[in-house]
Design a protein. Structure first.
Length: 131
């Protein structure tokens, strides 16, 4: 009779231990996955801000006429540039413009898809290629 009680308890403890180990491993795998994804996102976002990122290369470039209105905010300009496919990511362009404390001038500009953020900001802040 004592064996009838011991065997289910032993089976329960073994099963509990195995499930606990599996859940612990699954948790750490998930945590590692999240950390790797977060680091990858941070790297690519930082590269878009500080690197030489363009929408297309010189062989496949296209030009867009962009109108920036008086008192238009930096995020509004970034959204417009992403809509016209002149920048890859409106958020990274916005951060790059804010880090550089750039003051965007109103006007009509011709921007190319093979320009990086630095070149685009040079055009729209210094009016070097204003139409």
């Amino acid at each position: 009779m004592k064996e009838d009680i011991v065997r289910p308890r032993l089976a329960f403890r073994v099963t509990h231990g195995v499930v606990h180990i599996l859940l612990t491993v699954a948790f750490y795998c998930f945590a590692a996955f999240v950390v790797v994804k977060a680091c990858s996102f941070a790297y690519h976002f930082s590269y878009e801000i500080f690197g030489h990122v363009t929408v297309t290369d010189s062989a496949h470039k296209y030009d867009r006429q962009v109108v920036i209105n008086e008192n238009e905010g930096t995020m509004s300009v970034a959204k417009k540039l992403e809509l016209y496919k002149v920048v890859k990511n409106k958020y990274s362009f916005y951060v790059r413009a804010k880090i550089g404390d750039e003051h965007i001038k109103p006007g009509t500009y011709i921007l190319s898809s093979d320009m990086d953020y630095e070149q685009i900001l040079d055009v729209i802040t210094h009016m070097s290629e204003k139409v």
